[in-house]
Design a protein around this ligand. Structure first.
Ligand SMILES: C[S@@+](CC[C@H](N)C(=O)[O-])C[C@H]1O[C@@H](n2cnc3c(N)ncnc32)[C@H](O)[C@@H]1O
Length: 277
């Protein structure tokens, strides 16, 4: 179990609670974005970001044993399951995992050994399992800065030698969507308020939650990961206007020839002028 700093647990509990309450609403919203008949700009962005990560997963593959962190309702599982030998999907929301279970069952041609686990990613005991590919989407911005090193240490411990992390993050250079003025009373309909100082507020059903919401300058993230012995590559726009897809792998794997740019995973960002670790 990760030893969390004293200041953060409250908001992490609130965040988990929000995603239990929000599961059905957000899954419906994702359905509307995937619908090819939806010509709204957000829907078109979502579908092209989805295609981009599908291509990226195919380029990085074969994916071997996959771990998806904060898998939600399993919306992205159909992109990696056909390329995987096995998969573990972890999420803390009972409601999201119920939807994910149904969704995964309906995916044709998937690998054997798909396991859905309800757990807090900071506390989950993998019983020594490691994975060749670790995937997370719409999750990294929910990791508090105080917990970054601990979180990435978990990722490091869970990734097998030669493995790759495929994920997205929120680009601080792009304006964040969301309402700016927060009314005194929480709204009934889902309302998302633009993040301030690494926290965004969400309303639903007359209740209100705070959620961790950290944006990253790509170069800062590349430098931070480089300091941990990792190489970051950025692969273009993600599922929403301010999201970008990225991969990360250990510099030691690149040096040992287990990972290289020739993996076909695209241009590197932010690390070109950094010293070797
Ligand atoms: C924005 S949703 C993303 C879901 C999914 N990755 C997707 O792209 O559709 C964030 C997810 O993180 C999960 N989550 C929040 N806190 C968590 C925690 N401490 N451990 C595991 N999952 C958590 C929520 O339940 C929710 O499903």
């Amino acid at each position: 179990m990760v030893d969390l700093p004293d200041v953060v647990p409250d908001i992490l509990v609130e965040q988990r609670d929000f995603y239990r309450a929000d599961a059905v609403q957000s899954d419906r919203w994702l359905s509307s974005l995937i619908d090819p008949g939806n010509d709204d700009v957000d829907a078109r962005t979502y579908r092209s970001g989805r295609q981009r990560v599908a291509d990226l997963l195919a380029a990085v593959g074969p994916l071997g044993r996959v771990l998806e962190i904060a898998a939600g309702t399993g919306r992205l599982a159909q992109l990696y399951l056909p390329l995987a030998d096995s998969a573990v999907l972890v999420d803390s929301s009972t409601e999201s995992l119920a939807l994910a279970t149904e969704r995964v069952r309906s995916i044709p041609d998937i690998c054997a050994g798909v396991e859905l686990i309800e757990a807090d990613v900071f506390e989950w005991d993998s019983s020594g399992q490691t994975f060749d590919t670790i995937f997370f989407s719409a999750w990294f911005h929910h990791v508090p800065h105080d917990v970054f090193d601990l979180f990435w240490g978990r990722v490091e411990g869970l990734l097998a030698s030669g493995g790759v992390v495929v994920f997205d993050f929120l680009d601080a250079r792009v304006p964040s969507p969301g309402h700016v003025d927060i009314p005194a009373a929480a709204t009934e309909d889902y309302t998302f308020y633009a993040p301030v100082d690494g926290v965004s507020v969400r309303d639903l059903g007359g209740r209100r939650w705070r959620v961790v919401h950290n944006l990253w300058q790509p170069d800062d993230l590349a430098r931070r990961l480089h300091g941990h012995g990792w190489q970051l590559a950025v692969h273009g726009p993600g599922l929403l206007s301010n999201m970008v897809w990225a991969t990360a792998y250990r510099l030691s794997d690149a040096k040992a020839g287990r990972r290289a740019q020739s993996d076909g995973v695209g241009a590197l960002t932010g690390d070109a002028n950094l010293p070797d670790t």
